[in-house]
Design a protein around this ligand. Structure first.
Ligand code: 5AD
Ligand code: SF4
Length: 462
């Protein structure tokens, strides 16, 4: 920090949406810390309020405008006591709406798209003097700022690490290719350096993030473009990084090295989030998903052959334009065929500027009814998956105290929460847990020993 004794300023960041946004918010906080901003957890006490928005589903922009309405009062009250507050909108709504935001909400001082976060301190300083809208794409610079040392993550044992951004798939419902831009990957050396730093800070589990993470093609130290599989083999060598995960993937990019990584790397957790969106070939084609139902099922088989007992998670959209009852029944069937460990499901919501937005919409009551049926089917699949784990012994990374005294909670290799009665000193470490029971959304068990390099991550209890 510089030698000047200027007053410390404060920033409040509110995060909407995906894990990429959670990660970006941390990065923004880190970048602002270098120019003297301390993070606070209420907007009332902040000099800078940032909304890191998500545009992926329903009424995202409207929600942002109503939140801005609330912030306006905070800004006005602060002004009355002589304190200037800067309001900034970041994230995908910022990228998609751009100038429109300051037109509709003149109280907003700064609009900044995900491509420009590395310049945040400078943009905030300019916004204090007059409105700034920064939504240009500058892909080459995008990852440069991430090469700075990450802020300390004391007390955190699982971290996210962005390796890829953007998407070239252009699914007909999705705004990501427009808001996050073309697919671009971070160089391997920079990812490995950050992973080593995280491991040195005590992080045991790293989840590699990207909107289309398995399309990763970052430049390797040898000058070649590396696949995600190759990157995982490389990161698995880092001492102390016991667990690796990645999210989110597209079926078309599940290549053989990635499947081999699931076969060969103990550190790569037996969990795959692979959205299918629909079980109907007709709808998949209309969605421009570039894969069929059968392609998807064959990939799942291959992955499960490579790593038996793998947990599969998914995403579904119901009521995509043109979806008939028979298409929807194909979706219900695929839930049973895959045996999902968990899945997110959404009603289709038109995103302005995407190809499907102008098509004939499925009526709302039909969507609501289908969503309820799908969610019941997913809940049944999830319960069956959890029940099938009882009787196994699995490694659990303990992350926090549980709701009841004497309880701690961690994550199984399949990402499900696991609750045990054990000493809080275990938080931050990995222990072997005999799984004895299932709850509605979590597993229960008892600690039976330390994690050992000579034992598999999961085994059937003898
Ligand atoms: N309507 C509904 N759901 C959507 N998703 C993405 N775009 C839309 C949309 N327009 C869902 C998809 C994706 C998840 C992140 O959000 O299922 O996988
Ligand atoms: Fe959107 Fe994912 Fe399709 Fe890319 S692959 S367009 S991020 S849904």
């Amino acid at each position: 920090m510089s030698g000047t004794d200027h007053e410390l300023k404060t920033v409040f960041v509110k995060t909407y949406g995906c894990q990429m946004n959670v990660y970006d918010s941390e990065r923004m906080t880190d970048a602002l810390a270098t120019s003297g901003y301390a993070a606070v957890d209420s907007p009332e006490s902040a000099d800078l309020i940032l909304l890191n928005t998500c545009h992926i589903r329903e009424k995202a922009a409207e929600k942002v405008y109503s939140e801005v309405g609330r912030l306006r009062r905070i800004k006005e009250e602060a002004a009355e006591s002589g304190r200037a507050v800067v309001i900034g909108i970041a994230g995908c709504v910022a990228q998609a709406e751009g100038e429109e935001i300051v037109r509709r909400a003149p109280v907003v001082d700064l609009v900044v798209g995900p491509q420009s976060y590395q310049r945040l301190p400078e943009l905030v300083a300019r916004a204090a003097r007059g409105r700034v809208v920064e939504t240009e794409f500058a892909v080459a610079e995008k990852f440069a700022a991430l090469d700075r040392p990450a802020a300390s993550r004391t007390g955190r044992h699982a971290a996210f690490l962005t390796v890829q951004e953007g998407c070239d798939k252009f699914c007909a419902f999705c705004v990501v290719p427009y808001t996050r831009g073309a697919e671009s990957s971070r160089p391997v050396a920079s990812i490995a350096a950050e992973a080593r730093r995280l491991a040195a800070e005590g992080v045991r589990e790293v989840t590699l993030l990207g909107q289309n993470v398995n399309a990763f093609h970052g430049e390797g130290p040898d000058g070649d473009a590396w696949t995600l599989g190759r990157l995982l083999f490389h990161l698995a060598e880092i001492p102390g990084l016991d667990r690796l995960r990645y999210t989110t993937s597209h079926p078309r990019d599940m290549d053989d090295t990635l499947i081999a990584a699931h076969r060969d790397l103990d550190a790569l957790m037996p969990y795959l989030h692979l959205p299918v969106q629909s079980g109907s070939d007709r709808v998949l084609a209309a969605m421009n998903r570039k894969h069929t139902r059968d392609d998807y099922l064959r990939i799942i088989d291959k992955v499960r052959d490579a790593r038996p007992g793998m947990a599969i998670a998914g995403d579904f959209i119901v009521g995509f334009p043109g979806e008939e009852e028979t298409d929807f029944e194909d979706t219900l069937r695929i839930v049973d065929e895959v045996g999902y460990a968990s899945a997110f499901s959404f009603k289709y919501s038109p995103r302005p500027g995407t190809p499907a937005a102008g098509r004939d919409q499925v009526p709302e009551p039909v969507m609501a009814e289908r969503l309820a049926r799908l969610q019941a089917r997913i809940a049944a699949a999830q319960a069956a998956f959890n029940a099938s784990r009882v009787g196994m012994t699995a490694e659990v990374l303990f992350e926090r105290p549980g709701r009841h005294p004497g309880q701690i909670v961690g994550r199984s290799p399949w990402l499900s929460p696991v609750q045990v009665s054990a000493d809080a000193a275990l938080i931050g470490s990995i222990a072997r847990v005999a799984l004895t029971d299932v709850g509605s959304n979590s597993l229960f068990g008892r600690v039976v020993g330390k994690a050992g390099a000579d034992r598999p991550v999961v085994e059937a209890t003898a």
